[in-house]
Write a new protein. Sequence first.
Length: 233
Amino acid sequence: MPLTRRWIRVAGLTAVLGLSASGCVQNESSLFVQGVLALEEGDCSTTADPGADLLANGIMDRLLTDRYMGALLVGNQMVPRGSADQIRTETARVSLRGAEVRLSNTSGDNLREFSVDGTGFVDAASGTTPGYGVLFATLIPSPDGLEADVIATVKVFGRTLGGREMESGELAFPIQICRGCLISFPLDAIDDNTGLCRRAADAAIDEPCVIGQDSPVDCRLCQNVDECVDPNR
């Protein structure tokens, strides 16, 4: 059984995931997905900042989790329309509503397509500088039937405050699916007598933001999985 994930905090928004479909007008130049954000260590937060760290690829350990979730950095290049002098409200801000995902193998064969709901908000551009927001989206809902390396092609959709439906261009994000590759066996975690991983003690053990995704997992944190016990598995 997959291990329970910790809650992930997002600066300025909360993400809610589910399944749905969308029908938006594509506007690649106005709304775009810049990349998948790396979660900040410690508080596991993300910041809607183009200077934040982006992942070059994802890693999903199917022994420890049954899905892969990405924090999408979304940009908005629409110029502000509001005017205090003319008592005109701002309509170029975008309320994000979800994402469409297509999974393919490295040969380009289509494996799966689906949509996910989500919440997020992107401000209008400031001059030539885009506004940014974050949308959490499930990029792999289940590893069943997928190969070791997949490409998740994702685009987001939403609606401006002026009621205009928006859809971004696509981002291609490679994800490696493995079995046990993220389990780590620190020297102080190995029992000298048995050669096996010790049970978690009172000592603090660094826990990744999402167990089974992108970051190593100390073997003492996943004792309910057989492969977490024996380093010579």
